[in-house]
Design a protein around this ligand. Sequence first.
Ligand SMILES: C[S@@+](CC[C@H](N)C(=O)[O-])C[C@H]1O[C@@H](n2cnc3c(N)ncnc32)[C@H](O)[C@@H]1O
Length: 395
Amino acid sequence: MGEREEALKVVEIPGRGRSLVASQPLKGGQIVLKDSPIILYSALPLIPASSSYCGHCFRTLPLPPQPIPSCPNCNSERFCNHNCLSAASTSTHTPWLCQSLLRLRHHHHSSSLSLEHQLQARFLLAAHNLANLSSPHFQTLLSLQGQSDDPESAAAAQFILSLISSVCPPPSSGWFSLELSAALLAKDKLNGFGLMEPFSESAQRSVRAYGIYPKASLFNHDCLPNACRFDYVDSASPFDNNSNNTDIIVRMIHDVPQGREVCLSYFPVNENFPSRQKRLREDYGFGCDCDRCRVEAQWSDHEGEEEQGHGEEEEEEEEGEELMDEDVDQTMASSAEPEPESDFPHAYFFVRYMCDRNNCWGTLAPLPTPKSNVMECNVCGNLKNDDQQLSMDDA
Ligand SMILES: C[S@@+](CC[C@H](N)C(=O)[O-])C[C@H]1O[C@@H](n2cnc3c(N)ncnc32)[C@H](O)[C@@H]1O
């Protein structure tokens, strides 16, 4: 872990599992984590085979007349350049993965598979590929939350494993057991991050690729997060010359004291109480008891349902020193600011930290430069001067 990540420590919190906690006071805008995926797979259906993204870095491919190299074996996976082609042959497009995807595409049943099953097949093949490539990274994947007893994952594992093991060439370390396959699918469901298409006001944003980010997988959820995730798909990160197209960074939305848990929201913050609770129970297996949920649970008619969101944003074990429970600030992640006596104490969060651009629903965090007054949206990238916002608050 680099200097930045030392801003966070892994702490076991009863009822929440491993959690990331500020190991020092953190400033709004501060970068607290940079992470690269250990697994990355396309969010597109298996057929048609070719896509407009590079099969290694997932950048949009250049337009003709630029030469676009393709995989000499399957001829369908395409790459930005020869560097990406060469890097893919030992990562995202190994000869075994290439053969497996090719056979799966030619299999007569593949065209009738649901998109969900196609993506689960892509993930399970990518997990076998990881087990062949890197035992430490595979162990990291195994250490993430998600068990074989998740009924949905168990049912999917049975179907997908029987499909891929009958169609694809066996991986050198053999096929996973049914139980391991179910556990891996559950881990993908709980920990996978979606890399979204760049924002457009006029279209629903779709996912370009899914990734497993080992360090970012330890962030718990809060419906009023104090940190948010940025990625720079198809654009270079302005803060890091060495970042890859699929790296993510996590920045603080506002200051938090040492000992406070740092949380992300697993989906856009505008979703209403019933829909958040449903999603967290069904997709992540817990009922949320954050400050915001506790307040909204008291709203008899759940007014605010008109805020209903529709974003489809998804989401190595740190061997860091663990804090004792008493070192953890019990006020947890939210409470962005002092809470007024009202039945909507988090109004402040929405006014100050939610992007007001049409169809965006992103979250704003200050730029990481010291004392920046400029807030950046993590979805559309819009910049907004916080001074305007402050004068609005004072009014
Ligand atoms: C991406 S993992 C987060 C790290 C996880 N706590 C661990 O120990 O690996 C997501 C899982 O963490 C737990 N979790 C996340 N946010 C939570 C919250 N606010 N309350 C309770 N459990 C939570 C749930 O079990 C969820 O499925």
